[in-house]
Design a protein around this ligand. Structure first.
Ligand code: 3PG
Ligand code: MG
Length: 348
């Protein structure tokens, strides 16, 4: 794999550096629910500060804001507070959510110029967003001397192992909410895996229509809920036997066992996306079972990616039991597909 040039080779003394981090963390009741992505961004920021940068200007998107109300919900304030607790330095400046500008996702040069204004250097450390060709992840890299951050490089290094000769069986576990984003990726990379286990919202969608042209293992049972609410009436049903109008919000006990057996026999594991609405205790069991099965397999090279899967792993205290905890969900999947990520390609 082609590696972009490293921030550790940049001369940053006295300079104003624009850093794109992926600080898109899970939020709950307006607070940061898991700060892994913030902590993972610290080494690059600390390096720049220690190397004498005049100002370190950090930017990130947060969530997928669409309406005006979303501006309050996805303001960077709680993220900035946490970042400042972890790295108190007056030279650090945190910009507002890049997705509050329409030019961000459109990769509009006007917005890239706005970001670049007053900066001498650009560092992309946002591995989790490297699959997006947006103004802050791609466009601005063409306007300033661009370097890769330490996290971005570490991710490419570790995930690169999955692109080489891997030990088999290779078990891929996919779930999470961004189904439309991920189905296409899965279609391209599913053939590399020996077993593809699908749960969560992705399984619910595949039940209706399966666009994948290879065999996947779907749940045999699900935890159904009468409505989308934490305290909804719930029960275990066969995958194809949910009562009309009910929603499958977790994989069932039989599926957990089956998935667990497949994971236990693996030599390479990649897990992205929770198996259900794990933020709500009645629907957390499936994600917990998968996290435990992945952690229990000491034989396998195991990678867990995506902010939510990682949050589940952290909450269970299992993060140090897997080979690599990736800050990227969709980005890891696209890398695994063998694609060059636009955020990486833009760095010399
Ligand atoms: C993620 O959480 O996968 C990244 O931060 C990218 O977010 P996005 O899917 O909204 O672009
Ligand atoms: Mg995410």
């Amino acid at each position: 794999m082609r590696l972009p040039r490293s921030v550790s080779d940049a001369d940053v003394s006295g300079k104003t550096v624009l850093v794109r981090s992926d600080l898109n963390v899970p939020l709950e009741n307006g607070a940061v629910a898991d700060d892994m992505r913030i902590r993972a961004s610290l080494p690059t920021l600390a390096l720049l500060l220690e190397s004498g940068a005049k100002e370190v200007r950090v930017c990130s998107h947060l969530g997928r804001p669409k309406s005006d109300e979303d501006r309050a919900k996805y303001a960077m304030t709680p993220v900035e507070e946490r970042l400042r607790e972890l790295l108190p330095d007056k030279r650090l400046r945190v910009l507002e959510n890049t997705r509050f500008h329409a030019g961000e996702t459109a990769n509009d040069p006007a917005y890239s110029h706005e970001l670049a204004a007053g900066c001498d250097l650009y560092v992309n450390d946002a591995f989790g967003s490297a699959h997006r060709a947006h103004a802050s992840t791609e466009g601005v890299a063409h306007l300033l001397p661009a370097y890769a951050g330490l996290l971005l490089l570490a991710e490419l290094d570790h995930l690169g192992k999955l692109l080489g000769d891997i030990e088999r069986p290779f078990v891929l576990i996919s779930g999470g909410a961004k189904v439309d984003d991920k189905l296409g990726v899965l279609q391209n990379l599913g053939g590399r895996a020996d077993t593809v286990l699908i749960g969560g919202k992705m399984a619910e969608q595949i039940r209706v229509e399966n666009p994948l042209d290879f065999a996947v293992e779907l749940p045999s049972d699900v935890v159904g809920a009468s409505e989308f609410a934490e305290n909804a009436e719930s029960g275990v049903f066969p995958f194809d036997g949910l009562p009309d109008g009910w929603l499958g919000l977790d994989i069932g006990p039989e599926t957990r066992e089956g998935f667990g057996r497949a994971i236990a026999g693996a030599r390479t594991v990649f897990w992205n996306g929770p198996m259900g609405v794990f933020e709500w205790p009645p629907f957390a069991g499936g994600t917990k079972a998968v996290a435990e099965a992945v952690a229990a397999n000491d034989q396998a090279f195991s990678v867990v990616g995506g902010a939510d899967s990682v949050r589940a792993l952290n909450e269970l205290g299992l993060a140090d039991r897997v080979s690599w905890v990736s800050t990227g969900g969709g980005a890891s999947l696209e890398l695994l597909e063998g694609k060059e990520l636009p955020g990486v390609a833009a760095i010399p």
